[in-house]
Design a protein around this ligand. Structure first.
Ligand code: SAM
Length: 245
C-alpha cells in the first residue's frame, strides 16, 4: 500500500485510515504512550475536567472515534460510574479491544459500542448531553459533515469537546516537535508493528489539519455557540469547545 503524501478523495482517505487502525488496534495503547511520550494521558484528563460529567444515570455521552475506549472509561469513572457512554468508531478491531478492556475494568454496564462513521451517526436528533472526540476528527474525511452530525445528535444545552493535535505556537518546541514527528514517530511505529508508512500518513494528517482559529471557525459554522479552545503543551494538542444553545 502506498501512503504517499498526495491528496486523496474522501472514500480513499477513509480506506487508508481504516487500514492503519486495523493494523495497530492491538498495540494502539502502547503506541499512544510511546508516540506522545505519555502526554496524551494528561491531555485526556484535562478534557474530562473541562467536561465535568454530571454524576447521574441519565447523563449520556457519545464518544466518537472512541477506539479502545480511553475517553469513555474516564468519563464513566468521573461520573462515579453513573453516566452512560456510547463508544462509536468506524473500526471494529479498535472497538473489539475497547470492549475487552471495558470488561476487565467492570465498566460494561455503563458502555455501548457502536460501529459507524462520524459522518453518519445512527442516532435520533437530540440524544446526547455531550459529544467528545479525541484524536479522531483529523481522520474523518469530511470534518464539516462530522461537525453537523455532532450538532444534530446533541440535546439543547449539550456540549461539544474536541481534543486534537494542533499548531505548535512556541518556536523552539515547534522545531523539536517537527523532528520528533517526522523521524521518531515512524521509527517507533516500525519497531513495534513492522511498518513505518502508516505512521508517516498519520504525521501528515496532523500537518494538514486546520489550526486552532480555523478549526474554531468550522465549529461555529456547524451551528455551535461560544466556540473556544485551550492549548496544551504549547499547542501540540488543543481542546476545542462549543455549545448547542
Ligand atoms: N479516541 C481514542 C484516543 O483518543 O485514544 C482513539 C483515537 S485514534 C487516533 C483514531 C480513531 O478514529 C480510530 O479508532 C479510527 O478507527 C477512528 N476513525 C477514523 N475514521 C473514522 C470515522 N469516519 N468515523 C468514526 N471513527 C473513525
Amino acid at each position: 500500500t502506498s501512503y504517499g503524501f498526495r491528496d486523496v478523495g474522501a472514500g480513499e482517505k477513509q480506506t487508508l485510515v481504516n487500514d492503519v487502525f486495523h493494523k495497530v488496534a492491538k498495540r494502539y495503547d502502547i503506541m499512544n504512550d510511546l508516540m506522545s511520550a505519555g502526554m496524551h494521558r494528561a491531555w485526556k484528563d484535562a478534557m474530562i475536567s473541562a467536561l465535568n460529567p454530571r454524576k447521574s444515570a441519565d447523563y449520556k455521552v457519545l464518544d466518537v472515534a472512541g477506539g479502545t475506549g480511553d475517553i469513555a472509561f474516564r468519563i464513566v469513572e468521573a461520573s462515579g460510574r453513573l453516566a452512560h457512554a456510547t463508544v462509536l468508531d468506524i473500526n471494529g478491531s479498535m472497538l473489539g479491544v475497547g470492549a475487552e478492556r471495558a470488561a476487565k475494568k467492570g465498566l460494561t454496564p455503563n458502555l455501548t459500542f457502536v460501529e459507524a462513521s462520524a459522518e453518519e451517526l445512527p442516532f435520533p436528533d437530540g440524544t446526547f448531553d455531550a459529544y467528545t472526540i479525541s484524536f479522531g476528527i483529523r481522520n474523518v474525511p469530511r470534518i464539516d459533515v462530522a461537525l453537523s452530525e455532532a450538532y444534530r445528535v446533541l440535546k439543547r444545552g449539550g456540549r461539544l469537546l474536541v481534543l486534537e493535535f494542533s499548531e505548535v505556537e512556541m518556536p523552539l518546541l515547534d522545531r523539536f516537535y517537527e523532528a520528533w514527528s517526522f523521524n521518531a514517530i515512524p521509527k517507533i511505529g516500525r519497531a513495534i508493528t513492522g511498518e513505518a508508512e502508516p505512521y508517516q500518513y498519520l504525521v501528515e494528517s496532523i500537518r494538514k489539519f486546520p489550526n486552532q482559529r480555523d478549526f474554531a471557525d468550522m465549529i461555529s459554522k456547524a451551528g455551535f455557540s461560544r466556540a473556544s479552545y485551550t492549548n496544551f503543551t504549547g499547542g501540540i494538542a488543543a481542546l476545542h469547545s462549543g455549545w448547542k444553545l
